[in-house]
Design a protein around this ligand. Structure first.
Ligand code: EPU
Length: 351
């Protein structure tokens, strides 16, 4: 097990925050991963698991062990109707989407270009453009840190919700995801419900009745994301910084009376999911900055690092956004990424 003492985590987080950790271990196989995590857990050493580092806000030097998960491997079997994939946690998510497309296994196109690793995907049930991981995830295999056993949860047991799962609830800090099982239907049905994809469907049917292909969906998603979301290689970010808040239909109607153009999507049980981006934009917060962190000009949900910003800048800016949105709309925004302090995850208000 190659352990590096006092190493910067700069290259391991997409926000580009330069904090150090006491110990860094990069692991490429399950055995080392299990050993590295159990050793830290049993000795009560703070443990930070890093996949693609695309959902982390590091606010201080980490006084513990950072384990970077780089396990690889995609195994494919199939039955009459489905492809069944078993994918190692350290595989890059977008790489997997490309691999599937290349091998004629379709369904994941709407989730193209989501940064991060496969092992992180179930934790927050990644989702975009009308699709989410829960629709394809058959099982998740993980290391139970308390018992040291390897366990498997089926889709129901993962308790997936909007950016939620058991790994953020009951199993928080107690599980290390090792592999994810995916189930892709051989009979592909394009999912064209979301904005720019509707256009794709119209363009193709009106012109020459050509069918929409998985490649066309993939290309459309990549182009849409590239236009709105900053490339972390160029401008550090963690994608959406805030979740879209869910409020009651009654509260929504109240807001609509003042803000006719407010954006909300009706859910079951008289609930409405508001577009946090719209609230932040309407509150005039685009471009607002604290230190070198700012609210992205093209997509108000994203906080960007304009160069050399600290986790503290990011958290202060996030609190400013939460506060302003609450004062204007009476709606509480929740943050999406994990805020990591010196030895554990923190609440944004205490960061
Ligand atoms: N809007 C604004 N101002 C902006 C940006 C958007 O008013 O600066 C409005 C738009 O006009 C639109 C609404 O807000 O009507 C929603 O915006 P958008 O369609 O861009 O999607 P979103 O709700 O902001 C969610 C996910 C994204 C995902 C997109 C596409 C969350 C928190 N975010 O964003 O996920 O890519 O939908 O499905 O659910 C991520 O998690 O990192 C992420 C990027």
């Amino acid at each position: 097990m190659d352990l590096i003492i006092k190493h910067s985590l700069l290259q391991f987080n997409t926000l580009g925050l330069n904090v150090y950790c006491d110990q860094l271990i990069q692991v490429g196989d399950d055995e080392t991963l299990i050993h590295a995590c159990l050793e830290a857990f049993k000795s009560k050493q703070p443990l930070l698991l890093i996949g693609g580092g695309s959902n982390l806000v590091l606010t201080a030097d980490f006084v513990g062990r950072a384990v970077v998960i780089e396990t690889k491997g995609i195994e494919v079997t199939h039955d009459e109707s489905h492809y069944l994939l078993s994918v190692a946690a350290g595989e890059n998510w977008h790489g997997l989407v490309e691999y599937c497309l290349k091998h004629n296994m379709h369904g994941l196109e709407n989730l193209a270009l989501i940064p991060g690793c496969v092992g992180a995907a179930p934790i927050q049930n990644i989702g975009a453009y009308g699709a989410e991981l829960a629709q394809f995830c058959e099982w998740v295999e993980y290391l139970d840190l308390e018992s040291g056993e390897i366990k498997t949860l089926n889709n129901d047991e993962c308790a997936f919700g909007y950016r939620e799962s058991i790994f953020k609830g009951e199993l928080k800090d107690k599980a290390v995801i090792l592999r994810v099982g995916l189930r892709l239907a051989k009979a592909w049905q394009p999912n064209l419900t979301y904005g720019p994809l509707q256009q794709l469907s119209e363009d193709n049917t009106s012109k020459d009745n050509k069918e929409v292909t998985p490649q066309a969906v993939f290309d459309c998603i990549c182009a849409t994301r590239a236009e709105k979301l900053p490339d972390p290689q160029i401008l550090g970010n963690v994608g959406s910084f805030f979740k879209n808040p869910v409020i009651s239909e009654k509260a929504f109607k109240g807001l609509q009376a003042t803000y006719e153009d407010i954006v909300g999507y009706r859910l079951a049980d008289s609930q409405v999911k508001l577009a946090a981006a719209w609230l932040i934009d309407k509150a005039g917060l685009k471009g607002t900055h604290v230190g070198a962190a700012s609210v992205h000009l093209k997509q108000a949900l994203v906080i960007v690092n304009n160069g050399g910003c600290s986790g503290d800048d990011v958290c202060r800016l996030a609190r400013l956004v939460i506060d302003k949105v609450y004062r204007q709309f009476g709606v509480s925004l929740e943050v999406e990424p994990r805020i990591i302090g010196a030895d554990a995850q923190k609440d944004i208000q205490d960061a």
